[in-house]
Structure formats: structure tokens, C-alpha cells
Design a protein around this ligand. Structure first.
Ligand SMILES: [Zn+2]
Length: 209
């Protein structure tokens, strides 16, 4: 299918009712200087959120939706704490131009990291939402079938590796786990441009910067 003819599966209305919970999570996150997040799930017509998780300054892993339920979105914070850590104009320009995210999202540090993108993909999120005191934005995600070839091939590799990592974790072989995450790191560092190709152009701002 031609890029541009496909539509995001997630719309603003799916996400808006969770703005209050997201705002509370942002407040929590800024208090503790840690990432906080949860998933928004749907079972038939009912939506619910998973338990909120707190990670560290660099990441958080989110609870999954009940088996069989749709994952509408993943939400997590990118806490905005240290004044000096604000992305400098050259970094904003890099994220906006090379990675293709809007300068508004880049300037507010609300751009998915490569790992965020992989986790969103393998978790079948319809959108990945990020928030901090500057704003809250959702990036609708494409289906793997609708991605351009290079993005698709990296996405496929990442998906396979992620699965291998999960199996290694189950087997509890530390060597296997380490090797697997090293490979995953290498793949994510290659992503650069394809990363943006996994998402639709239009961002959904639930709270503007
Ligand atoms: Zn993140």
C-alpha cells in the first residue's frame, strides 16, 4: 500500500480521556526524577489502563494489556528536571531534521528513543505517548506491513531479537541475555532515520508545550 493512504488506527478521542491520569503521572515523575508509565488497553468497547510503573531516570518497562485485549497506547514520561539538560538548538535541529520528528516534539524532549520505538512495535501499540511538564504528545504507529522497506527490515530484525531476549531471560542464561541485549543495542543504534518511518507524520498533542 502507498504510504499516506493508510490511516492511524488510534484517534484523539481514544486518548483524551486519559489526559488526567497522564498529567498525574507526569507530576509523580518530576517529583521522583524517574520515568513513569502505563498502557491503555481495550477490551470490546471498554478501555482501561494497566498498573502504573516507575522506572529509573533512563527508562521504564510497562505492564502489558490482558491477553487478547488491544493495546491502544503506551504512555511514559521523559522527565524534564535539570535546566541544563534541555536539548540545545543543534540537537533539536538534528532530531527534527535527521529523525523527522517535529521540532516542537524534539524541543520538548518528547521524541521516542530507538528503544521506545522497538518496545512500541513489539507490543503492538497503536500509539506511543510521551509526556513531561512541557507537554503530552502521542505518536501514532504504523503496522509493520505499512513501513518502508528499510524501516521494515530493521523492525523485523529487532522483533526477532527481542523475542530471543525474552527466551534468554526465561532460560536465565546470563551469557545469552547479555549477548542478546548487545545485539539489540547494535540494531537500535543503526535505526536513525528508519525510526521515524515507523510512525505517522501527524502527532496528537493532548497538552501543547
Ligand atoms: Zn522513552
Amino acid at each position: 500500500m502507498e504510504d499516506g493512504t493508510i490511516m492511524p488506527k488510534v484517534i484523539r478521542e481514544d486518548l483524551e480521556e486519559f489526559l488526567g491520569i497522564m498529567d498525574a503521572a507526569v507530576w509523580d515523575s518530576e517529583q521522583h526524577m524517574r520515568e513513569v508509565g502505563f498502557r491503555i488497553c481495550r477490551e470490546d468497547g471498554n478501555t482501561y489502563t494497566t498498573k502504573q510503573c516507575m522506572g529509573d531516570a533512563c527508562g521504564v518497562s510497562l505492564e502489558t494489556c490482558e491477553a487478547g485485549d488491544k493495546t491502544v497506547a503506551g504512555f511514559h514520561t521523559h522527565p524534564w528536571i535539570v535546566e541544563e539538560a534541555h536539548p540545545s538548538p543543534p540537537i533539536i535541529a538534528f532530531l527534527a531534521e535527521k529523525k523527522g520528528f517535529s521540532s516542537k516534539a524534539a524541543g520538548a524532549n518528547l521524541v521516542p528513543s530507538p528503544m521506545d520505538a522497538i518496545v512500541a512495535l513489539v507490543s503492538n501499540e497503536q500509539a506511543t505517548c510521551l509526556g513531561n511538564e512541557k507537554g503530552i504528545v502521542c505518536h501514532p504507529m504504523k503496522d509493520i506491513d505499512d513501513m518502508p522497506p528499510r524501516g521494515k527490515s530493521i523492525a523485523g530484525t529487532a522483533q526477532t531479537l527481542r523475542l530471543r531476549c525474552l527466551i534468554a531471560q526465561r532460560g536465565k542464561s546470563q551469557e545469552g541475555i547479555d549477548a542478546c541485549f548487545r545485539d539489540l543495542d547494535m540494531i537500535t543504534s543503526m535505526m536513525g532515520v528508519p525510526e521515524k518511518e515507523w510512525f505517522f507524520e501527524d502527532e496528537i498533542w493532548l497538552r501543547e508545550p
